[in-house]
Design a protein around this ligand. Structure first.
Ligand code: SF4
Length: 353
C-alpha cells in the first residue's frame, strides 16, 4: 500500500516480503527479522524507535517506508473493567471496531475484517451502513498489535491470548487478507499464537468454508446459524438465500471431519423470534450426530432493528432444553452491554457524528 507521501507501508508484510522490500537498502538479511520484531512484538511505530539499527539506516528507511498504524479514535471501557472497545482509524479515514475482553482464561480480542458489512443480517448494527471496503492484512493485524501493545504497557506480562475473527465484516468474503492475518499471527516474529487460539466466525459462505478446511490450519470455526430452519434463517440472514442452511451445515460437518475440530454454531436468542419450544426442538434435531456445540447469544438490542432480548427465564429455559437433549451448549457471558458491545454500534455512532 502506498501512503500519501508515497512511502511504502510495511506493516502487515511477512518476513519474506519485508526482506524483499528491504532489498534496495542493501542490509543484511537479519535486519528484516529485527525490524519485524520491532513492529510486531516491541511496539515500534517508527524506524526512530528501532534503537539497535544504525542511525543512518533508520533515517534512510524512514524516508522511504512507513509503518502504517491506526489512530485510536475512541475507546470505551465497561464499568466492570472487563471489556474495552476501540474505534481505530486508518490513514484513509476508514474506522473499524475491535474489542478486548479480559476473560478468566486470558485476554481475548475480537477483530473486524471489513469496514461495515454487506451481509445484511437483521440483528446486526455493522451492516446498517453497508460495506465501505475490505481491510488489508496489515489493517486486521494492526488491531491485534495495537491491543497487544497496550496490554504489554500495562505490565504483568499482559498480552493477547486468543483472537476471534468475529467483528464487523464477513471474513470469508475477504479471504486472502484474513488468511494472511491468521498466518502472520502464528509467526514467532509476530505473536507466535497457536492456531487453536484463533476462531473464525462466518455467516456461511459455503465455497470458502470448503477452501478453509483444505488449508490445513487447525483454527476453530464458528458458524452463525441463528435459526433452526431455512425460512426463519433467511429472514434473519439474507445470505441464506444464496447459501441455504442445509449446504452450510454440510460444509461445517466437512470442516469438522477434516480438521477434527468441533464446530460452534452461534445462535442469537431473540425474544419470541427464535427462542420458543418449536425452535429448540428443531435445533436439537439439527445438532444430532454432529461434532459441534451451540453458543447461545442473548441479543444485544440494536435500536434500529426492533429486536428484543428474551427474559432471563426464557434464556435459561432454552439452554436447559438443549442440555437435557444432549446438545453441547454455552451461553455467552454478558460483556460490555454498557459500552455498546454489539458489533458496529460504535462505528455507526462515529459515522452519524
Ligand atoms: S452479523 Fe456478521 S455477517 Fe452478519 S451483517 Fe453483521 S458483521 Fe455482517
Amino acid at each position: 500500500m502506498e501512503t500519501l507521501l508515497n512511502r511504502k507501508d510495511i506493516f502487515g508484510l511477512t518476513l519474506a516480503e519485508l526482506q524483499e522490500a528491504l532489498t534496495p537498502f542493501h542490509v543484511p538479511r537479519y535486519r528484516a527479522k529485527q525490524i519485524a520484531e520491532w513492529m510486531y512484538k516491541r511496539g515500534a511505530v517508527s524506524f526512530a524507535d528501532m534503537t539497535n539499527l544504525p542511525k543512518q539506516l533508520r533515517e534512510e528507511l524512514g524516508a522511504a517506508l512507513v509503518i502504517g498504524r491506526p489512530k485510536t479514535k475512541d475507546r470505551l471501557d465497561s464499568v466492570d473493567g472487563h471489556t474495552t472497545k476501540f474505534l481505530l482509524e486508518f490513514a484513509d479515514g476508514t474506522a473499524v471496531e475491535s474489542v478486548l475482553m479480559r476473560q478468566p482464561y486470558g485476554n481475548s480480542i475480537c477483530v473486524s475484517t471489513q469496514a461495515g458489512c454487506s451481509m445484511g443480517c437483521a440483528f446486526c448494527a455493522s451492516t446498517l451502513h453497508g460495506m465501505a471496503r475490505n481491510l488489508t492484512t496489515g489493517e486486521i493485524l494492526a488491531q491485534a498489535i495495537t491491543i497487544n501493545d497496550m496490554l504489554r504497557a500495562e505490565g504483568q506480562g499482559g498480552k493477547v491470548d486468543t483472537v476471534v475473527i468475529m467483528g464487523s465484516g464477513e471474513p470469508l468474503m475477504n479471504y486472502d487478507h484474513v488468511l494472511g492475518f491468521i498466518r502472520l499471527l502464528h509467526e514467532d516474529y509476530v505473536l507466535g499464537m497457536g492456531y487453536r487460539n484463533i476462531t473464525l466466525s462466518t455467516s456461511g459462505i459455503v465455497p470458502q468454508m470448503y477452501q478453509l478446511a483444505d488449508e490445513g490450519l487447525p483454527i476453530s470455526l464458528s458458524v452463525s446459524l441463528h435459526a433452526p430452519h431455512q425460512e426463519l434463517r433467511t429472514e434473519l440472514m439474507p445470505i441464506s438465500r444464496k447459501y441455504p442452511m442445509e449446504e452450510v451445515i454440510k460444509a461445517a460437518r466437512h470442516y469438522a471431519d477434516v480438521t477434527k475440530r468441533r464446530v460452534t454454531y452461534e445462535y442469537i436468542l431473540i425474544d419470541h423470534v427464535n427462542d420458543g419450544e418449536e425452535q429448540a426442538r428443531e435445533l436439537v434435531s439439527l445438532m444430532r450426530g454432529q461434532l459441534a456445540s451451540v453458543n447461545l447469544i442473548p441479543i444485544n438490542p440494536v435500536a434500529e432493528r426492533h429486536l428484543l432480548r428474551p427474559s432471563a427465564a426464557r434464556i435459561d429455559w432454552f439452554e436447559h432444553y438443549l442440555t437435557t437433549h444432549h446438545v453441547n451448549v454455552t451461553v455467552r457471558r454478558e460483556m460490555g452491554t454498557d459500552i455498546q458491545a454489539a458489533c458496529g454500534q460504535l462505528r455507526n455512532q462515529h459515522l452519524q457524528d
